[in-house]
Design a protein around this ligand. Structure first.
Ligand code: NAP
Length: 293
């Protein structure tokens, strides 16, 4: 089944970002897109032999343990997938000279800086998920090789039924008032934009990428509170007549306790990415408008 040489190996093709990556990477050549259980990051025996046989030029890893609250009780699983497997993938990529593209998170920060985070800012994750993603970053960096760690934030897609955008739309049809927190601030990032930018990088070629490998912040342009993001979703809703919500009331994160603590101000400063690759990240609201159009 896997005897066709593949230029690009994509994991988690049915994840939120993975689905968009599959769509965006297809024009670039041979893409082998896989999903669990074909490849299970908890079981290195399902992917190490496959990678060695395929010898891809690129390994793209949007797979992750992303259940932030559940990770507090499933620590070992989160670490195996987000940290151990990320390191193994980087090692395999390095051995065969492949470019490794991996995604990380704003949750590596504690949110106390009060301004958008730069790549070199101190990392202090507040929860197990963030800690496991940070360990993944460190494992990849320890291996070296031509790797990209792309830290992103508040990823959404209209295909994601339980995602923030669809939840806000659903609540607006069920409740006359919505309550949204004003003290959680991040960069809403359209999964499609993230995927298309990844494809743009790959299209520039291996040599170009190898010279620029490293850690980058890559997310929607600008930042917003959950409250502002929800307001924009309702304003841009193409079926506004179905909304019964008359207003959104401001609330505080402390009113909604969750098992995992989250950083409050975790917006990412993406200027290193923009200047290195001479690209402009669309403002989050423009991307949202396109996503909802
Ligand atoms: N979503 C966000 O707001 C956000 C924010 C910052 C950073 N990120 C990062 O962005 C990347 C993409 O996230 P996403 O939003 O696309 O997440 P997602 O929709 O939850 O997708 C995660 C994917 O990983 C797969 N996966 C989970 N366990 C696996 C395993 N043991 N082996 C192989 N695949 C496994 C899942 O497959 P199954 O469904 O089969 O388990 C799923 O396809 C991740 O690195 C995430 O940490 C996301």
């Amino acid at each position: 089944m896997h005897n066709i040489p593949s230029k690009i190996l994509l994991l988690a093709k049915n994840g939120q970002l993975g689905w968009e990556l599959h769509r965006s990477l297809l024009p670039l050549g041979k893409v082998l897109a896989l999903e669990t259980p074909q490849i299970d990051l908890e079981k290195p025996e399902t992917f190490i032999p496959l990678i060695r046989e395929l010898k891809p030029a690129y390994i793209i890893n949007p797979a992750a343990y992303t259940a932030v609250d559940l990770a507090e009780t499933e620590q070992e699983r989160a670490r195996n997938i987000n940290a151990v497997a990320a390191g193994i993938l980087a090692e395999e990529a390095q051995k065969m000279g492949a470019v490794f593209i991996h995604y990380s998170t704003d949750y590596v920060f504690d949110g106390k800086k009060g301004a958008p985070y730069l790549e070199e800012d101190e990392t202090t994750p507040l929860n197990v998920y963030g800690e496991s993603k940070l360990q993944g970053e460190r494992g990849i960096q320890a291996v070296g090789g031509s790797h990209f760690i792309l830290r992103t934030s508040w990823v959404y897609s209209l295909r994601q039924q339980g995602g923030f955008v669809n939840k806000v739309l659903q609540w607006s049809r069920q409740q006359t008032q919505l309550r949204m927190v004003t003290d959680q601030i991040g960069n809403p990032t359209w999964a499609r934009m993230l995927a298309e930018i990844t494809a743009l990088l790959i299209a520039r070629g291996e040599g170009y990428l190898r010279e620029r490998a490293g850690l980058y912040h890559l997310a929607g342009g600008g930042f917003a509170s959950r409250f502002e993001w929800a307001q924009a979703i309702l304003e841009l809703d193409p079926q506004q007549q179905e909304q019964i919500a008359a207003e959104i009331l401001p609330a505080l994160t402390s009113e909604f306790p969750t098992p995992a603590e989250r950083p409050l101000f975790s917006a990412l400063d993406c200027s290193k990415f923009e200047s290195t690759f001479n690209l402009t990240l669309p403002p989050w609201r423009t991307a949202l408008q396109l996503a909802m159009g």
